[in-house]
Design a protein around this ligand. Structure first.
Ligand SMILES: Cc1cc2nc3c(=O)[nH]c(=O)nc-3n(C[C@H](O)[C@H](O)[C@H](O)COP(=O)(O)OP(=O)(O)OC[C@H]3O[C@@H](n4cnc5c(N)ncnc54)[C@H](O)[C@@H]3O)c2cc1C
Length: 431
């Protein structure tokens, strides 16, 4: 079992520009609630909010701080659909179920917009997102995605761009073209997360920070979640620990931890760019990802910094590696200072399918969003709330998605991740 020793936020651009600063107490003594949620990232807070809106009493136990995990430090890109496009889902589960999944992925974006409006969450939400191709074979993948979205799902927010069209919006020469999606968007993830937490608190949810769950006592009708200094007795438990799932006792992780292969991702933030330089990078406010397996993703922040991220394996000087990655895309930023650099684990599954399920009839988990967690976590929370209320039809569609397990302990997993990263790098170069 991974000892949970994370206590405070790491230093990021997001942390330094947070617009709320509140701490919650550590759990002491015994408490009870209808539902106990473990983990205060987007996933846990979304479940808590949905349940509180439906009148349930909810306690959230967070091992470190609200938004400490991926939710407080990600690229902020809320992208609809799933990592590998919809064709694999249509092949695996048939058109009818795949269509429901697609519609739910659109709902995931709506959920963000609705919550921002309903709870007045200030998080720089902005629409517009493009996936870019580095060679013609990968451009063909984008053409297929556009075609499937339009012809099968009647989705008309997408536009294919050739190199010249893309150049109107993006100051880089390395891409052959892209696929723009006007319905996906981006936000300041920590401020969105803190906004969700505030909405939860206003609805009476009790959140305890620095209260890692160290054991779960699974009874027939109640579960007791134990921390070092207290416990919560609840009818249902939601595990939203994501890439940190190995912090839970082995007997609780069961097969679920084996599905997650955390891949390190790194982000740098430049100093604020003057308007002219910023416009020469991105001039239409969109966020961007390439469609490599180990991808670059970037966007401008509200104060015109370039937030540039890449998936990679760690290196001693990641800021330098990331700066080189950024200069490969935007050589014009040679003289721009890098103010921040940070890292976090992305919750990948082997086949990039999200992993939602139950380890007992009253213990739910959701993780493995594979680069789509900013949007899908909101949906996962809603589906778990529906299932707890007795309607698990939509949750069951996600539950039926299968991803292969990675067997072995942490050392084997680390090795598998390293080999996987090397293999992906090779594929990105030659495929
Ligand atoms: C650098 C980076 C960039 C990314 N960029 C994007 C992006 O642009 N778009 C996108 O869609 N996705 C992106 N992701 C992925 C996305 O951030 C995640 O999928 C999403 O935030 C997952 O939310 P979550 O609530 O499930 O997990 P998290 O936000 O990781 O929350 C889990 C929480 O559980 C807590 N916890 C763990 N164990 C325990 C325990 N035993 N007891 C109590 N609490 C515990 C942790 O402290 C943590 O706060 C990125 C991830 C990273 C790291």
């Amino acid at each position: 079992m991974l000892k949970f020793s994370y206590q405070e936020h790491i230093k990021t651009y997001y942390y330094d520009t947070r617009n709320q600063d509140f701490t919650q107490p550590t759990l002491t003594g015994g408490q009870s609630a209808d539902v106990c949620v473990v983990g205060a990232g987007f996933g846990g807070l979304s479940a808590a909010l949905e349940l509180a809106e439906r009148g349930k009493s909810v306690i959230v136990l967070e091992g470190a701080r609200i938004g400490f995990g991926a939710s407080g430090r990600n690229g902020g890109q809320a992208i609809n659909g799933f990592e590998d496009g919809m064709d694999a889902y249509i092949d695996d589960m048939g058109l009818e179920k795949a269509r429901k999944l697609w519609e739910m992925s659109l709902e995931a974006i709506d959920i963000i917009e609705q919550r921002i409006a309903k709870y007045n969450i200030q998080c720089d939400w902005r629409k517009g997102y493009a996936t870019l191709a580095l060679n013609h074979r990968r451009m063909d993948d984008l053409v297929t995605i556009e075609q499937t979205s339009r012809e099968i799902f009647a989705y008309d927010y997408m536009q294919l761009w050739n190199k010249a069209e893309l150049k109107q919006y993006l100051g880089s020469d390395i891409y052959v073209g892209g696929l723009y999606d006007g319905n996906s968007g981006h936000l300041h993830p920590l401020n969105y997360c803190l906004g969700l937490a505030k909405a939860c608190l206003d609805l009476g949810v009790r959140i305890f920070e620095q209260s890692p769950v160290i054991d779960l006592d699974v009874g027939k009708s109640k579960v007791i979640a134990e921390t070092a200094e207290g416990s919560v007795t609840a009818e249902n438990v939601v595990l939203a620990t994501n890439a940190y799932v190995t912090s839970l006792p082995k007997r609780i992780q069961r097969g679920t931890a084996r599905k997650i292969l955390p891949i390190d991702s790194f982000i740098i933030a430049t100093e604020p760019l003057d308007q002219e330089t910023a416009n020469a990078v991105i001039n239409n406010g969109m966020s961007v990802c390439d469609n490599n397996l180990l991808l670059d993703y970037y966007r401008l922040s509200a104060d015109n910094r370039l937030l540039f991220g890449s998936d990679s394996s760690s290196n001693k000087d990641m800021v330098q590696v990331m700066r080189n990655n950024m200069l490969h895309v935007f050589p014009q930023l040679e003289n721009v200072k890098i103010d921040y650099g940070w890292a976090g684990p992305i919750d990948m599954t082997i086949n990039a399918k999200p992993c939602l399920g139950r380890i007992a009839s009253n213990i739910f988990y959701a993780h493995g969003y594979s680069g789509h967690g900013v949007a899908l976590t909101g949906l996962a929370g809603r589906l778990i709330a529906e299932a707890i209320e007795g309607d698990d039809e939509r949750f069951a569609i996600f539950e039926s998605l299968k991803s292969p397990s990675v067997y072995g302990g942490r050392i084997v997993k680390n090795l598998a991740t390293k080999i996987g990263v090397k293999y992906y790098k090779w594929l990105d170069k030659y495929r």
